[in-house]
Each structure stands twice: as C-alpha cells, then as structure tokens.
Write a protein that binds this ligand. Structure first.
Ligand code: SAM
Ligand code: DTB
Ligand code: SF4
Length: 340
C-alpha cells in the first residue's frame, strides 16, 4: 500500500468510514501511514509540569482545575523560574526531550509574559524542546512567546464543533481556532488534539479529527487524551470509552495526519500495557513521560522504560522529528538488525 499525499480535505463521512473498517485493516492502514513518515519503533517523550495550578475560571467539564467544580485541588500561584528549571533538568536527566509547562488560565496576563519567557529560555538552554499551554493568546502574546524561543504551543480543539458546547461554554470553538492561528502566525509549532470518553459519539470523534486535519499545516503534535475521571467534575462516573474504540481513534488520527506526532496522552495510568502496545501499533509515537500529568497520575518512569524495552521501542534522543518519507519504511527495526 502506497502512502497517500498529506490531505486537508477529509470529509466527516470518509473519516467515519475509516473508524468502521475491520480492526486489522485499520491498523494495517495506520501502520503503513506511520512507517511512511517515521521510524515505527521510536517514541518521543514529553514531560509535563503544572506551573500554575487550579482556580481556572473556565468551565471545561473534564477539568479538575476549573474553579467551578469542587475537586479538592489546592491552588498554586505561578511557580518561580528556578523551580520550573529544576523540574526541567530532572525531566532531561530522566530522558525527556520536550518539556511542557501548563498553566490553568483562561489566558495569560501580559504581566506574566516576562516570567514565561524566562522559563522558556531556560528550558531551551537545557537542550530541551519547549512547550507551553496557558489558554487563549493574543497575537502580541504569541509573538512575545515565539521571540523567547517557544517551540510548541498546546491548545486543543478537544471535540467536534457540535459536541464542544456540551463540554465548555466559557469560550467558543472559534476562540480556539483564533488562538491556533495566532500561534501559527507567530511562527511556532502547534500541538493540538482532543479528549475522548466524555459521552461523545463516534461521529464526534471523527469530527474532531476532521477539524484537526483541516488545519494547514497539520498540527505537528496531536495529543489524544482519554478522559481521566476526577471526582467533583461533571463527567465523573460516565461509562468509559471502549478501549478498542480508543485504539481506533489513534489509528484514524495517524491516517489523516500521517506526518504528525500522535501522542498517547492522558489516561495511560488506567490502561494496561497491552492496550498501550495496541496504541503504539496504531501509530502513536509520543507519550507524556513522568509520574504526573498536570494534576493527575501518570505511569512510573521505570514502568514505562520496561514497557518500551518489552516492545523494542526506543525513546527518541535529542531533536525529534519525522524521517524522510519512503525511507523509514525500508529501515529494519533494532530487533530485525539483531536477528540478522
Ligand atoms: N488551560 C489551558 C487550556 O485549556 O488550554 C491548558 C491546560 S488544559 C489542562 C489542556 C488539555 O488537557 C485540555 O484541553 C484537555 O484536552 C486535557 N485534559 C484536561 N483535563 C483532562 C482530564 N481530566 N482527562 C484527560 N484530559 C484532560
Ligand atoms: C494535553 O493535551 N494533555 C495534557 C497537556 N495537553 C497539557 C494535559 C492532561 C491533563 C490531564 C489531567 C490533569 O493531570 O490535570
Ligand atoms: Fe482551565 Fe484549561 Fe482546565 Fe479548561 S482545561 S478549566 S481552560 S485549565
């Protein structure tokens, strides 16, 4: 099967039809797309740090950090630069190549920008890629962050346009697209994905991927989060998504955005090793690495390292990125080389 061109015109029906493919056919298509653009046995590791925690005015129904839900989370003010850099150094020592700082804001205040810039500069001086997620940005704020060397800005579309309003009412889909446009305009890479397991339909999951694939260029990173249910949030107690439907979502993301890093994001702590292995087989090639996400648990580093070793997956060293199309497909895996 030849890899197709990068497309931005996937229709909802086409994407739903991918979801409906027999599981093995879908995984084969996803593997083909993955191997055309990447080493299929490599995973990129990003470590998260919550640099400002809780008391967020937004009403995202999944989020433990919204001030509207009583989740027992203790709020914390914006961290000091040196404390953030100590965490970044530890992440680097543990093998991460990207450090992602998350702030529970609707949008940053202009007075916070210099401190964020110092954090970004420090992270880059450590030789790590920098990523920030801090809510909506004005064009001026996006330029200021880009000027300080920010590599990626994370801002998710979260779900389909029609389901979005069931989850968040305090900012619109259009607001999100405007921030994404500001990030692109400022020359930064885009990290944009969504969250599943909130009672959305398959068509909503397809709609999220349709909107992501419409972005030109595609987001360089596409985090797919499985809802981590937190007591006190309105979505706590919903029936979880069928794990195989989650794998399908990863596979379809890989097919419609073949050259993007697809990140198996929140929810790994609740997944078996075997389910995660299926996600890697479906084309996930990035994870959040470190024992905490922002406020919830993530697998232990030692457990992750053992899982990667069992799967013959190598954490990416240094600068991550796609290998040339048509080249990776021919590359033998480490296991094949060893067996030869
Ligand atoms: N406040 C910023 C914003 O919303 O853009 C940044 C942080 S926010 C925590 C980033 C993303 O994390 C959300 O868009 C959502 O996809 C994901 N997320 C938040 N809470 C989650 C949860 N309980 N389970 C899974 N993913 C979650
Ligand atoms: C993303 O898509 N997922 C990350 C990151 N971007 C910032 C956040 C996951 C948060 C999970 C819930 C928590 O730990 O608070
Ligand atoms: Fe605030 Fe972001 Fe959580 Fe929404 S997802 S409540 S904007 S921290």
């Amino acid at each position: 099967m030849q890899p197709g061109p990068i497309r931005h015109d996937w229709s909802r029906d086409e994407i739903v039809a991918l979801f409906e493919r027999p599981f093995n056919d879908l995984l084969f298509m996803a593997q083909t797309a993955h191997r055309a653009h990447f080493d299929a046995n490599s995973v990129q590791l990003s470590t998260l740090l919550s640099i400002k925690t809780g008391a967020c005015p937004e009403d995202c129904k999944y989020c433990p950090q919204s001030i509207r839900y009583d989740t027992g989370l203790e709020r914390e003010a914006l961290m000091e630069v040196e404390d953030v850099l100590a965490a970044a150094r530890a992440a680097k020592d543990d093998g991460a190549t990207r450090f992602c700082m998350g702030a529970a804001w609707r949008s940053p205040k202009d007075r916070d920008i210099p401190k964020l810039q110092a954090m970004i500069q420090g992270v880059r001086e450590l030789g790590l890629e920098s990523c920030l997620t801090a809510g909506m940005l004005s064009d001026k704020q996006a330029s200021a962050l880009a000027d300080s060397g920010l590599d990626y800005y994370n801002h998710n579309l979260d779900s389909s346009p029609e389901f979005y309003g069931e989850v968040i009412t305090t900012r619109t889909y259009e607001d999100r697209l405007e921030t994404l446009a500001a990030v692109r305009e400022a020359g930064m890479k885009v990290c944009c994905g969504g969250i599943v397991g909130m009672g959305e339909t398959r068509s909503d999951r397809a709609g999220l991927l349709e909107e992501l694939a419409k972005l030109q260029p595609h987001p360089e990173s596409v985090p797919i989060n499985n809802l981590v249910q937190v007591p006190g949030t309105p979505v706590d107690g919903l029936p979880p998504i069928d794990p195989l439907e989650f794998v399908r979502t990863i596979a379809v993301a890989r097919i419609v955005m073949p050259a993007s890093m697809v990140r198996l994001s929140a929810g790994r702590e609740e997944m078996s090793d075997e389910l995660q292995a299926l996600c890697f087989a479906a084309g996930a090639n990035s994870v959040f690495y470190g024992e905490r996400l922002l406020t919830t648990e993530n697998p232990q580093n030692a457990h992750d390292r053992e899982l990667f070793a069992r799967l013959g997956i190598t954490p990416e060293a240094g600068e991550p990125g796609a290998v040339h199309a048509g080249h990776a497909a021919q590359q033998p895996s480490a296991a094949e080389t060893a067996a030869a």
